[in-house]
Design a protein around this ligand. Structure first.
Ligand code: KDG
Length: 335
């Protein structure tokens, strides 16, 4: 596992050294759940966060990460946090709509255009507005990490137009916005937990799934798919969530260490996600998959087809939340 000592980690170190001599740091064990494999960029973020925590606590804490849904899927893990039986999960926002419907805002098709917008939105006022919804669900969001821009993979054909989606059996994350989007595109969409996707593709129970290149690579979906089409139809954030019942038992200094080190992990994880993306794409191509772009005209037709997803799901997300994200994005874009 790679290790990092970044400038921000050094800053954290300086802070931790400056902590009052009576800083309350007890011995702790933190278990981190996630659905992706350890060689996914989440692994880089966890390594950097762990190094930061070890330095700040003088190795008083033990960090144990569990990969590939070993402790359950995103939603199951988040429920364990809420009951105080698990410390941390790095989860996509999408399956958590079952806990907080407003999180569905991030699943609106083509909402975010690029990584700079994603960072500005998530690390700014809107991200804080969404994070502030978590404590009422017994969750604390420490940081937003990057799942990334999602592309369609399938075993049938290149998707180069709206018509090419027709009838395709596509697995989607478990929420109504993704279901609406892919049903509107003409597919036979099936909500499914991430841990079930590889087997469903391998057995032919489904034809397709959609995820960033780094996930198609590190979860080895390329072994059971033949085509990848560059739809970039949504940007999914990860939330680095902590159990509030457990968090509330930590001292202020310990809570600050968690928050600061999750941010250290964020910067490393995003960088790894973006630098690995091209390598993952090359591995997908080297594995023999056909990767296609989609023409501007075809993308315009696809975007138009799913534009109605916004209005149809505004009530379930919260009309104020949708309005707020659009206003924030307009400001980020200088509009
Ligand atoms: O824990 C993260 C994964 O389980 C999952 O959220 C990844 O994007 C993902 C998906 O398609 O479910």
């Amino acid at each position: 596992m790679k290790t990092y000592l970044t400038t921000s980690t050094a800053a954290i170190l300086a802070l931790s050294v400056a902590l009052p001599a009576n800083a309350e740091i007890s011995e702790r064990t933190i278990r981190i759940a996630n659905g992706v494999a350890e060689d996914h960029p989440v692994g880089d973020g966890v390594a950097a966060m762990t190094e930061c925590i070890n330095e700040a606590t003088d190795n008083a804490w033990t960090i144990n990460a569990f990969w590939s849904s070993a402790l359950g899927d995103d939603l199951q893990s988040a429920q364990s946090l809420r009951s105080g039986t698990l410390e941390m999960v790095v989860s996509s926002t999408s399956p958590l709509v079952a806990i907080e419907p407003a999180l569905g805002v991030f699943d609106l098709p083509f909402l975010i255009s690029d990584e700079a917008e994603a960072d500005a939105l998530l690390d700014g006022e809107f991200g804080q507005f969404m994070a502030d919804m978590m404590p009422e669900h017994n969750l604390v969001n420490l940081a937003y990490w990057e799942n990334g821009f999602r592309n369609l993979s399938n075993s049938l054909r290149p998707v180069a137009s709206l018509e090419d989606f027709t009838g395709m059996r596509v697995r989607v994350m478990q929420n109504n916005i993704f279901l609406d989007t892919f049903q509107t595109l003409g597919t036979n969409a099936t909500p499914m937990a991430f841990g079930e996707v590889f087997t469903a593709l391998e057995t032919g129970a489904i034809d397709a799934q959609e995820n960033p290149y780094v996930t198609i690579d590190t979860s080895r979906f390329y072994e059971v798919q033949d085509f990848v089409s560059n739809t970039r139809h949504a940007y999914t954030p990860f939330m680095v969530l902590f159990s509030k019942p457990i968090f509330d038992r930590y001292s202020e200094q310990e809570q600050q260490i968690l928050s600061d080190c999750a941010i250290v992990g964020r910067d490393v994880q995003r960088e790894a996600s973006r630098s690995l993306s091209d390598q993952s794409l090359q591995r997908i191509i080297d594995a023999g998959l056909e990767v296609n772009d989609i023409s501007e005209d075809a993308m315009a037709e696809i975007r138009d087809a799913v534009a109605g997803v916004y209005d149809r799901n505004a009530d379930s997300i919260g009309a104020d939340v949708v309005e707020r994200v659009m206003t924030e994005l307009a400001a980020i874009r200088g509009q």
